[in-house]
Design a protein. Structure first.
Length: 191
């Protein structure tokens, strides 16, 4: 079974970022994947304080909601990280997650190596390319494999639901969801 996790890094429940992730996951489900949408909204994911204790213990010493999210990432074959653009960058929630997940993964021997991952970004007007790259750097640093799509996995919208008017953006993330499942199957050696 192919398992795909979509992590919504927006503090807004039901917003454009969540709708975009849901669209990618729906396409993955149509290809036979088991999917899960996980919101960071309402969860406390504190920033990494660079204590580096994870290098000694293999655990993050900060007590918050990070552990269960990290465990879901470990259980998944594919990970989608999604964020709206906030002042030209990713949200603090998703940034805190990738910083801590990256340190802990490295401390445990690169646990995300050869998993499939990709980013989704929603912008009102600008900042999407930098933010998209910001999330992609996490996947590349971790030795993950990133499938392409018909364009960058970016859509536009500000108010809740506006992203649904970006047909090209929706088509792009649907294609990304399908390609993610296709690639995971090839890596696992199953069709």
């Amino acid at each position: 079974m192919v398992r795909v996790l979509g992590i919504v890094g927006s503090p807004r429940v039901g917003g454009n970022t969540e709708r975009l992730v849901a669209e990618a996951l729906r396409a993955a489900e149509e290809e036979g994947a088991e999917t899960k949408l996980l919101r960071l909204a309402g969860r406390e994911i504190r920033p990494c304080d660079a204590c580096l204790s994870c290098r000694r213990t293999g655990e993050c010493r900060i007590e918050d909601d990070f552990g269960p999210v990290f465990d879901e990432m470990l259980r998944s074959d594919g990970i989608i990280l999604a964020t709206p653009v906030y002042f030209g960058s990713a949200t603090p929630q998703i940034k805190a997650l990738i910083d801590r997940a990256g340190f802990l993964s490295s401390a445990r021997g690169r646990v995300f190596e050869d998993k499939v991952g990709g980013a989704l970004v929603v912008a009102r007007r600008a900042g999407q390319n930098f933010t998209f790259a910001q999330l992609l750097f996490f996947f590349l640093h971790q030795g993950m494999i990133v499938p392409g799509s018909t364009y960058w996995n970016i859509a536009f919208g500000r108010e809740k639901g506006e992203v649904e008017g970006d047909e090209e953006g929706l088509r792009t993330v649907r294609n990304f969801g399908r390609k993610m499942v296709w690639l995971i199957r090839r890596i696992k050696g199953s069709d």
